[in-house]
Design a protein. Sequence first.
Length: 291
Amino acid sequence: MADDKKDIDAVSGVETTGHEWDGIKELNNPLPRWWLWTFYATIVWTIGYTIAYPAWPGITGATAGVLGWSSRGQLAEEMDAARAEQAVYLSRIEQADVNAIAADPELVQFAVAGGSSAFKVYCVQCHGSGAAGGEGYPNLNDDDWIWGGTLEDIAWTIRHGIRHEPDLDTRFNDMPAYGRDQILDRDQISDVAWYVRQMSGQEYDEEAAARGAETFEIECSACHGIDGEGVPELGGPRLNDAIWLYGGSHAEIVAQINNPQQGVMPAWGDRLGETTVKQLAVYVHQLGGGQ
């Protein structure tokens, strides 16, 4: 005769399943009906989903779904919509010069965003992610411009590069190697270096700087300016502001005068196109140092 006596938990008053382990009993609490119906509904919904959308993998592919939807197709639609919206602004930028772009707040906002993206791809390798540059690579955040800091100047430099020989319109100027080519002797070079430190407000040898001033006026002022203010038209860097491309110690200045380093930059015009060049020019100009 079967034992149908129910085991009731003394604490909760709920029937147990009869299972017990180390004094712990399992209560017989069935799932609520609403939960079960919800679970059944999700099964039905899942079946419908696999019919409507791509779902079941096969040997050569997967079921496409009766709706014909795919995440790749949705992405393509969204990209096409974004390109169509951008095309309006890109067309306006293409037809305008950089000054006209700078005068249009809407175009400035678009150009800065586009220029920032292009800068992160093509320019950060030399100028840094924050455009602060480094030794041998100009800082684009300050107001020290070797080849000029107007919008037109910046656009031209980006378009044609610096000492990029395949481009006939590239920025080009070479500083003589005063020591290597024996244009000046060691003492003259040292004196000029002390004078450069003097004009930039750094510690200097007074007597040597006085001698170097005369040599500087004869040999250097044509490109760097009589007071070291720089001559952007010739690519002559400013020397009186203590902003140094190759270092400002006496030894570093001597080394540059003796056998100068000549920085180069690719011509980006043909590679990027005029629209991107203009966006880059607007972006660089607004970094803080544009003239």
